[in-house]
Write a protein that binds this ligand. Structure first.
Ligand SMILES: NC(=O)c1ccc[n+]([C@@H]2O[C@H](COP(=O)([O-])OP(=O)(O)OC[C@H]3O[C@@H](n4cnc5c(N)ncnc54)[C@H](OP(=O)(O)O)[C@@H]3O)[C@@H](O)[C@H]2O)c1
Length: 318
């Protein structure tokens, strides 16, 4: 079994440097994926209220605890406050709802999923729109600073151990830091070979915030042979040298540039493959070759948010 190292966060707590993603892992597949992952050494699991699979993720973790494979404290569970719950009066309700779904009594890391808030209709209306056919959701004008203040209370109440950001750009991160009492430990953003987030990474490092790399495989699509970096001769040559796959090289790259990759898979062999990245090291020339493939290719643009919204994060360069 692979042992994933931990990294120390700015609040003194530790977090495993690689996790299992579960976005679009269907409820009927995700439990098997999480259990298989835990059996093979994963200790960090990433889910979200909006993924609709917290119940299954939590049940799988509890099954492994009951089997004696892990203890609760061995697991690092990350979930996220959805945009409909940004109103400060809704934050604790949302957190308790996630805890109830998960069947756990604390969350290791609770992230604000996106700086943009949406209006609240009810807990199951994830994308509130005027009409079903509308392109964009109805955003609220709630300031993420107010949401953050309410998230800070969750730490004080012991419902969550750490809090963090997701999809925040540099300016938003700095604005939040100026006003925060509890510092975010991480910012979970899209990060892979074609969008390596050099500038945001460097800025975040100055503040002691580690980037978690979502879409580490840029949502691999074998039919379209995308992303290009998994099919690129340069990546393939590096992979061959270490007897690894291009996906393993892509994940290893993210570890070496100091981010925390969370590859998603529901395929047993790939779950094993993606954690098997701690027995080789890319040299600086290879890192440079992979860096050359950065082209700012952002996949997750959150197309259901109108880019003219005040807090839409992706208009800024980084
Ligand atoms: N905070 C946010 O806004 C946000 C946004 C997006 C994602 N995330 C988080 O980040 C996680 C990862 O991102 P993602 O799921 O969007 O994309 P990803 O991990 O980049 O890619 C997942 C895709 O790659 C395939 N795959 C996995 N391992 C592979 C391998 N070794 N070789 C070839 N293909 C492989 C998976 O297929 P199979 O499953 O069929 O094996 C799946 O289709 C998410 O699951 C979620 O937890 C967060």
């Amino acid at each position: 079994m692979v042992r994933v190292p931990n990294i120390k966060l700015n609040n003194g707590l530790e977090m495993p440097v690689l996790g299992l993603g579960t976005y679009q892992s269907k409820p009927n597949e995700v439990a098997e994926a999480v259990k298989h992952a835990i059996d093979h050494g994963y200790r960090h699991i990433d889910t979200a209220f909006s993924y609709g699979n917290e119940k299954e993720v939590g049940a799988a973790i509890k099954e492994k605890i009951a089997e004696g494979v892990v203890k609760r404290e061995d697991i690092y569970l990350v979930t996220k406050l959805w945009c409909i719950h940004h109103d400060p009066s809704k934050v604790e309700h949302a957190c308790r709802k996630s805890l109830e779904n998960l069947g756990l009594d604390y969350i290791d890391l609770y992230l604000m999923h996106n700086p943009v808030g949406f209006v609240y209709v009810d807990d199951s209306t994830i994308l509130p729109k005027k009409q079903e056919s509308d392109e964009f959701v109805i955003a609220s004008d709630i300031d993420y600073l107010d949401t953050w203040k309410a998230m800070e209370q969750l730490v004080k109440k012991g419902l969550v151990r750490s809090i963090g950001l997701s999809n925040f750009n540099a300016e938003q991160t700095e604005r939040l830091l100026k006003n925060a009492e509890v510092k975010p430990v991480t910012n979970q953003v899209e990060c892979h070979i074609e969008l390596n987030q050099k500038k945001l990474r460097e800025l975040s490092k100055q503040y002691g915030i580690i980037l978690t790399a979502y879409c580490p495989l840029a949502q691999h699509n074998p039919v379209e042979k995308k992303p290009a970096f998994l099919y690129d001769d340069r990546t393939i040559a590096i992979a061959k040298k270490y007897n690894k796959t291009p996906a393993q090289v892509a994940i290893r790259y993210l570890l070496q540039i100091g981010t925390i990759p969370i590859p998603k898979s529901v395929t047993k062999s790939r779950i094993e493959e993606n954690i098997n990245v701690f027995d080789f090291e890319l040299n600086s020339d290879e890192i440079k070759i992979l860096e050359q493939q950065d082209c700012g290719n952002r996949i997750a643009r959150w197309p259901f948010i109108n880019p003219t919204e005040k807090y839409y994060p992706f208009n800024a360069e980084f």
